[in-house]
Design a protein around this ligand. Sequence first.
Ligand code: C2R
Length: 175
Amino acid sequence: MTGGVQVSIIMGSISDLPIMEQAAETLTNLGIHHELTIVSAHRTPKRMFEFATSAAERGIRVIIAGAGGAAHLPGMVASLTNLPVIGVPVKSRSSIDGWDSILSILQMPAGIPVATVGLDNATNAAILAAEIIALLDPLVAARLHQHKENLRQKVEDSIRKLEDNNYLNDESAGT
Ligand code: C2R
């Protein structure tokens, strides 16, 4: 990895860590410098303001923000910076069923977008962040290409295994 921190991963609470550390792991695998910390719009509003208004100056290019329940963090951060913000709805213990965080991150009013990934899908947030970084970084683009090639290969392997076991031609398979 070269250069300074490019992606900032923030989360509303330490209880989000088991989900949000998956974003950190994915960025590490793609060789992208990142930081991981706690920022809450509800509980630490001054810290949130300070974080969002200084992120671009610090060289951050993309922000990944995870939060559960009434998840105002990603949208509030997006309102204070021009950096792309990717929101991760987290199914926290205080969440009803996950829809509360999905809708509060996804349904932003027109003008302030948050790119929202699936529930608890911090891995996809990291890949999307890498795709943004890759626009100007051929090395990251090559790693992403390899990542997708690996996924394709895995599916090919599964198809071969199924064919070897004759599942594809066996009508009783899966019953
Ligand atoms: P605790 O486990 O600390 O009670 O937090 C966190 O992201 C977490 O999922 C429960 C949930 O509250 C969320 N939280 C937010 C915000 N701050 C904390 N949604 C915010 O500012 O949006």
